[in-house]
Write a protein of this length. Structure first.
Length: 80
């Protein structure tokens, strides 16, 4: 015999399948749809991951030294 009534429960239409289900067997999905608990689509945990700020500054800096040009056939400079 079919289960036609339950005390304190009512029938609703499943938003996903269109079938008639008991309200006590339904859950509200993250997008607001009321569906049977066996058909529920839960959000993936990766959707809640938040990015962290990335510090990209170097700990210390110093200016670039001036360029030193050598004459032809000069190997090193003595004034440095």
């Amino acid at each position: 015999m079919a289960d036609t009534s339950r005390h304190g429960d009512w029938r609703i239409i499943d938003d996903l399948t269109g079938f008639e289900i008991w309200a006590s067997e339904s859950v509200r999905q993250w997008n607001g749809l009321r569906v049977h608990r066996d058909n529920a689509d839960y959000r993936h945990p990766q959707e809640f991951v938040r990015g962290r700020p990335d510090r990209q500054k170097v700990p210390f800096t110093r200016p670039e030294p001036p360029d030193v040009f050598l004459e032809p056939n000069e190997v090193t400079r003595d004034d440095l």
